[in-house]
Design a protein around this ligand. Structure first.
Ligand SMILES: C[S@@+](CC[C@H](N)C(=O)[O-])C[C@H]1O[C@@H](n2cnc3c(N)ncnc32)[C@H](O)[C@@H]1O
Length: 202
């Protein structure tokens, strides 16, 4: 990874990590991934071919304000997300505008135009038709799925049933006990940074 990209990812991580949601209070269901952790794992994901720049199609199942999509957008071809709550998804545009101002000021590149976020239910069928209509990518085309331990069992089953062979599922927020799912093999590099389990569909 070149120095400018590393610096950009570090800045994007810092921007969002200063604005974490759900650490305290009533929004616990909306807890944000720690983006510094993801930025720190980017090199290993690239080295293992889990992310192939310009090729990988990425989908966050429960993307909230799209922050994981923003950081991944620098590394993948398509950075798509699905969020159930429209009011949560609405925060994406405002945060992105603020981030772009900061990046511009620092002479760092703004996120590429490959982010597509959808309001809907990741466990339903209809949303995947909408995604395919807009991006050309169906569920079976995505290479990399992500979730923050929300409905991880349902999403694992969806990937087992409908994902392509070789598709990767990253589950953020695991601790000492790492979940196992039928049809998905836990990769030995797990847990990344002690908190991300990585599985490959057989
Ligand atoms: C813990 S947050 C994680 C947000 C983001 N992926 C991250 O890691 O920072 C989980 C989000 O998933 C959403 N969610 C829960 N069930 C969902 C479903 N079936 N379809 C789409 N979004 C869902 C919640 O509304 C919430 O915003």
């Amino acid at each position: 990874m070149d120095v400018n990209l590393r610096k950009t990812l570090a800045h994007v991580a810092e921007f969002y990590d200063q604005r974490k949601v759900g650490e305290r209070g009533a929004l616990g269901f909306r807890r944000s991934s720690d983006l510094k952790t993801l930025a720190d794992c980017a090199g290993i994901l690239l080295r293992h071919g889990i992310i192939i720049p310009g090729k990988t199609l990425f989908l966050d199942l429960g993307c909230a304000d799209g922050r994981v999509n923003v950081i991944l957008s620098y590394l993948v071809r398509l950075s798509a997300g699905i969020e159930l709550d429209d009011w949560t998804l609405d925060e994406y545009g405002q945060l992105r505008a603020l981030l772009e101002d900061e990046l511009d000021g620092l002479g760092l590149p703004v996120p590429p135009e490959n982010i597509r976020l959808f309001n809907g239910d990741s466990s339903g069928e209809e949303i995947y038709e909408a995604i395919k209509n807009e991006t050309g990518a169906g569920f079976e085309d995505f290479d990399l799925f992500y979730t923050y331990l929300v409905m991880h069992e349902e999403f694992a089953e969806l990937i087992r049933a409908k994902g392509k062979a070789g598709a990767i599922f990253m589950v953020y927020g695991v601790d000492r006990i790492i979940p196992r799912y039928g049809g998905l093999r836990l990769l030995a590099l797990s847990p990344l940074a002690g908190s991300i389990a990585v599985y490959r569909k057989e």
